[in-house]
Write a protein that binds this ligand. Structure first.
Ligand SMILES: Nc1nc2c(c(=O)[nH]1)N[C@H]1C(S)=C(S)[C@@H](COP(=O)(O)O)O[C@H]1N2
Ligand SMILES: [Mo]
Length: 295
């Protein structure tokens, strides 16, 4: 595909608007009334990954260590009924049913790049809401400094859990509270305008687009606010390889491979990896912090 072919010529209109990051009627109107040239998609705007790819090439170790092995292994996973518990240092600890979640928090579309720590990336159209909406609902206490996230661990339904005993199940993740409150940090319940598939983390998962994909923990059952930095699955497993922050950073290599480039799934040449996966608006969260030491 010629680099300078206008994207509108080869994407359908909906994909084009999504790729350009234009997801609301108001933004669309704005784009139409700006002077010629300024409404073109930026270099960061990207074509969506094919839905069939996103639903069949997965990392979800509870089911399989093989990317193509996840989707065929989710058959026994019961994602309804489902509850999500918010606990710890909050004024109003609450357990929400998924019906309550969907009724209380209005979902909008967010097209995000996802960069896996393994060196590949996708562009995915999530439906969901900011985690901040949910945190504000339960009122974090002033002592709350971190957020811990936990995936369901159901060996009878998740065949990958029994395959190896070296992993520190359940899968857990963590964010600093200010990272968790950033408006880019999503709780997603949909993908490609459908309920999120089991292999992609049904019925509700975290999506943190400026961090390596492993931070975007799937099939959440519990969110806990804490004062101390929580333990996380990959950091417990290999602390020298996977840090707590895991911000996408082309200048900080994985001990076993470079992070300077990535393969966008569906493309045939590697492209440059961008600091914070291109989401520069999060840079103020890390002002004065050594990004190499806090990998
Ligand atoms: N519970 C859980 N969440 C997880 C994982 C996992 O193995 N278990 N894998 C992570 C990794 S490494 C990536 S890259 C993304 C993959 O998300 P996707 O399969 O929806 O593309 O999920 C993340 N969330
Ligand atoms: Mo990943």
């Amino acid at each position: 595909m010629d680099e300078i072919t206008p994207k509108a010529l080869y994407l359908n209109r909906r994909q084009f608007l999504r790729a350009a990051g234009i997801t609301s009627a108001a933004a669309l109107l704005g784009a139409c009334t700006t002077p010629a040239g300024t409404s073109a998609p930026s270099a960061l705007a990207n074509e969506l990954t094919k839905k069939e790819t996103a639903l069949s090439f997965n990392n979800f170790y509870e089911f399989s260590l093989a990317k193509a092995g996840v989707a065929p292994a989710v058959g026994k996973f019961q994602t309804s009924p489902w509850t999500l518990e918010i606990t710890g240092l909050v004024d109003k600890p609450t357990t929400f049913s998924m019906e309550q979640v969907k009724q209380k928090f209005s979902s909008t579309e967010h097209v995000y790049r996802m960069r896996c720590v393994e060196g590949w990336s996708m562009v995915l159209p999530w439906q969901g809401f900011s985690l901040a909406d949910l945190l504000n609902e339960v009122s974090p206490k002033t002592q709350a400094k971190y957020v811990r996230f936990q995936t369901a661990a159901l060996p009878d339904q998740m065949p990958g859990i029994g395959e190896t005993n070296s992993f520190p199940w359940p899968y857990t993740e963590g964010l600093r509270l200010d990272e968790a409150m950033h408006k880019l940090t999503l709780l997603a319940t949909g993908l490609y305008d459908e309920d999120i598939s089991k292999q992609n983390g049904a019925p509700i998962r975290l999506v943190v687009p400026w961090k390596y994909g492993f931070k975007s923990i799937k099939s959440l059952i519990k969110i806990e606010l804490t004062t101390e930095e929580p333990d996380t699955f990959w950091n417990l497993y290999a602390p020298n390889e996977y840090g707590f922050y895991a911000n996408v950073n082309p200048a900080v290599d994985h001990p076993r491979w470079s992070q300077a480039t990535e393969l966008r799934i569906g493309e045939d040449q590697r492209r440059a990896t961008l600091l914070f996966n291109g989401y520069e608006e999060v840079a103020p969260l890390y002002q004065g912090m050594d990004l190499k030491a806090n990998f």
